[in-house]
Ligand binder design. Structure first.
Ligand SMILES: *Cc1c(COP(=O)(O)O)cnc(C)c1O
Length: 362
């Protein structure tokens, strides 16, 4: 079976982790600080603040922006559950804004419509799904007009950019995840990036029990710290990220050229946008039939995501704000195929050949 994802770890990560294991400083320390500096530099952000996960990064971002219980935060219905759950953590109210069915991200037009229906909105959580940037130039224009705080959920988009400007540098915060299936990993881990010193300091305090000086606690904070062990892996992974992304892009380009079977709708990349192919996601009719075919042929796949977030049982008993027909339709039709940098050229050949043979609707 060709797996859908595969973390790429080798001697470099092993050597760095060994240094930490015998340094006597396992928890947050020098390695975390180095990882934060390197990540911020790579991003073109002034500050990097490491966290225990992408989810905790999102939670801390909302806390640092001062989002209060009952306040409305607009986000996408078509993402991993963590995106919207972070809004629930601060007891705010998620308002779901429909996606553009071509790039699966919040469309500026539906954002504008959603804001008009919910003019008391305070913030946006924008996801760059599958590694394709959301249309941040238009979205930030709208955010400025309505004075909204903006968090970019970049968990699937390390290195993605619009006209050379990296995602995570448009809004007030970028939130990244280093879970093993992402474009780079630490095992578990996350990072906030920001240009604003005050926000960086607030975030640092919230993830460390609200501490502002040793044993002085001004805020109700959490233990969301990254460890040196995780940061040691991250430092080496970050060095390899550009190469990983180039490999993903090369495979994505081959799929784009060589998968011509009309059974599939392929992903797009908007002009001037840099897609980092966290996932290569097709749309297909009768998905179950296609999935059985992939299983029989030994090709791993994923459904990202089988339900719009507000259609999850967790959200069913809540009052759902917003309408999202495009997200619901995408949830019925999407299938992701392997695009990770561990694929060999032969495996890519096999995937292309197999998909070309898929009988589709005949
Ligand atoms: C993975 C992911 C997260 C959560 O990151 P964790 O590190 O797993 O907590 C949040 N949002 C999106 C879009 C993700 O893909």
């Amino acid at each position: 079976m060709i797996p859908l994802a595969k973390p790429m770890l080798s001697m470099e990560e092993q050597k760095r982790v060994n240094e930490v294991l015998f340094s006597g400083r396992l928890a947050q320390g020098e390695y975390v600080a180095e990882f934060e500096r390197n990540f911020a530099l790579y991003q073109g952000s002034n500050y990097g603040v490491a966290t225990s996960s992408g989810t905790s990064a999102l939670h801390v971002a909302l806390l640092s922006l001062g989002i209060q219980p009952g306040e409305k935060v607009i986000t996408t219905p078509f993402s991993f559950i963590a995106t919207a759950n972070a809004i629930l953590y601060v007891q705010a109210v998620p308002v779901f804004c429909d996606i553009d069915p071509r790039d699966y991200n919040i469309s500026p037009q539906s954002l504008l419509d959603t804001i008009k229906t919910h003019p008391d909105t305070k913030a946006l959580v924008i996801v760059h799904l599958y590694g394709h940037p959301a249309r941040m130039t238009e979205i930030m224009e709208i955010a400025r007009q309505y004075r909204l705080a903006v968090i970019e959920d970049c968990a699937q988009a390390h290195g993605a950019a619009i006209q050379g400007k990296k995602v995570g540098t448009f809004g007030h915060f970028g939130a990244f995840s280093f879970y093993p299936t992402k474009n780079m990993t630490c095992g578990e881990g996350g990072m906030l990036t920001t240009q604003d010193r005050e926000l960086a300091e607030k975030a640092r305090s919230f993830l460390n029990h609200g501490q502002t000086a040793k044993y002085r606690h001004d805020l109700l904070g959490y233990n969301y710290r990254m460890t040196n062990i995780h940061a040691a892996i991250g430092i080496e992974q970050l060095r390899k990220l550009p190469g990983f992304n180039q490999r993903r892009q090369a495979i994505g380009a081959r799929y784009g050229r060589e998968i011509t079977n009309p059974a599939f709708v392929k992903p797009i990349c908007l002009p001037g946008f840099e897609h980092v192919y966290h996932q290569y996601t097709l749309q297909v009719d009768h998905r179950n039939r296609f999935i059985e075919f992939l299983e029989a042929q030994g090709i791993g796949y994923g459904i990202h995501y089988p339900k719009a977030i507000p259609d999850q049982p967790l959200y069913r008993h809540r009052k759902i704000f917003g309408s999202f027909p495009n997200a619901r339709e995408a949830a019925e039709r999407v299938v992701s195929i392997p695009v990770h940098p561990g694929l060999t050229e032969q495996e890519v050949d096999y995937i292309v050949g197999t998909l070309q043979r898929y009988p589709g609707n005949e």
